[in-house]
Design a protein around this ligand. Structure first.
Ligand code: ZN
Length: 417
């Protein structure tokens, strides 16, 4: 991969050269060439708007400190077009990233982080919300890695898709002998399945200070969310487990699919070996992890099926490379929009990370037809996080965040039908 910055004067020339190099590279590699190019980059004081002349494949961003920058990678686009700096952004630069697409770098005159990002319904415009912060918050956000954005499914054409999206994996059918849990609530309401992570022989992460086990914390939180959702009366609720039992990952979403759930929420607690990381985050499915930390988390959570060296899950599933069918994109987008909603509702109630929404190849989120998220409610490895998420007040606040996001999510679905 070649990678060079454009000087402002040669931008057009370089874009043209890089476009032909990309075409050549794509032709040699046998992958389709990108149909879109960057048309315009506008910066306002609280947002960045990037316009394309056609729909792109996806985008992701990360922040870098010293000097402070925001980098935006766009898959399926070539650099080009007019750029305007403004607000906290001093300068905008673009470069081609070989076969990957384009990179746009925003040089910051004061620390600012991207809190959210979304594509317009035609997939030709990406808006990133900016918030100016202090140096410490910027450094924290920069340490959290990549944030990814997907355009709406309807604009994602097979022609623009790299080959890997055309592959699919068989999703194991729920076993016939599966014991289905009780469904609470009014039959006419949509169903939310809450999955308390880990259980039985799998304790999940364990607090080094108190010995608190993730499987116990997640069960108490799952019950609190169930009770809060049932009080609202807007949805039906089922728990994948309501006691200390072991379930393989496929059984968890398998139960939800068999019940024809409309939304699947897996509850977990994060953990790190060293340091005092804190705050909640939410994960949705992606075939590639959005950053190193997401890859680490996926490795740990996916391990739940491997107890005492015996893999109890589907041995044919290669969890290191989950390939996602094109048809799954709509579900992925719906999951991502619920994740953002949960971030919005959780922020005033519980401590959350600046980069709340991430992506990882998590087996438990693999159902192709059911919006699914994995909610890391806080760090069990951090004494103050652990005390909060396992307190009655903490549970109530977590449950309220979920209830509010669930209400808005289904209200929107109802309105769009
Ligand atoms: Zn977990």
């Amino acid at each position: 991969m070649y990678f060079r910055w454009t000087a402002p004067l040669s931008a057009r020339h370089y874009a043209r050269v890089s476009f032909f190099l990309t075409l050549l590279a794509c032709w040699l590699a046998g992958t389709p060439s990108w149909a879109a190019s960057v048309e315009r980059v506008e910066v306002k004081h609280d947002r960045i708007v990037v316009k394309f002349d056609a729909a792109v494949v996806d985008a992701s961003m990360f922040m870098l400190a010293g000097p402070n920058r925001i980098a935006l990678d766009i898959t399926g686009a070539t650099p080009g077009g007019r750029t305007d700096a403004g607000g906290p952004i001093r300068a905008v630069r673009q470069a081609a990233r070989g076969e990957q697409g384009a990179r746009v770098v925003f040089d910051l005159s004061q620390p600012a982080i991207v809190t959210e990002g979304s594509f317009a319904s035609d997939g030709r415009e990406l808006t990133l919300e900016l918030r100016t912060v202090d140096d410490a918050s910027f450094a924290r956000a920069a340490a959290e890695g990549r944030m990814s954005f997907l355009p709406p499914f309807s604009n994602f054409t097979a022609a623009a898709a790299p080959r890997r999206y055309e592959l699919s994996i068989p999703v194991p059918k729920p076993s016939k002998t599966m014991l289905l849990p009780t469904v609470y609530g009014d039959d006419s309401r949509p169903l939310v399945v809450i999955d308390a992570g880990h259980g039985g022989v799998d304790p999940g992460a364990i607090s080094p200070d108190s010995g608190l086990r993730e499987k116990d914390v997640t069960l108490r939180i799952a019950r609190a969310i169930r009770d809060e959702l049932l009080r609202s009366g807007r949805v039906r609720v089922a728990l994948t487990r309501d006691d200390d039992r072991f379930l393989i990952l496929q059984e968890r979403y398998g139960i939800a699919r068999k019940l024809k759930a409309n939304l699947f929420i897996s509850i977990h607690c994060d953990s790190v070996g060293a340091g005092l990381a804190s705050g909640a985050s939410v994960y949705t499915l992606s075939e590639v992890a959005s950053d190193k930390e997401s890859a680490r988390l996926a490795a740990r959570e996916n391990k739940a099926d491997i107890i005492s060296g015996v893999n109890l899950g589907d041995t044919t599933t290669d969890i290191s490379s989950i390939l996602i069918d094109l048809t799954q994109r709509e579900t992925m987008n719906s999951s991502a929009s619920f994740a953002r909603l949960l971030g919005r509702e959780a922020q005033p109630l519980i401590p959350v990370k600046a980069n709340f929404h991430r992506m990882a190849s998590l087996v438990v989120l693999k159902a192709p037809d059911m919006p699914s998220i994995l909610f890391e409610t806080g760090y069990i490895s951090n004494p103050s996080d652990a005390a909060f998420i396992d307190s009655p007040d903490g549970r109530k606040r977590i449950a309220q965040s979920v209830r509010r996001a669930v209400e808005v999510h289904f209200a929107r679905r109802l309105a769009s039908n």
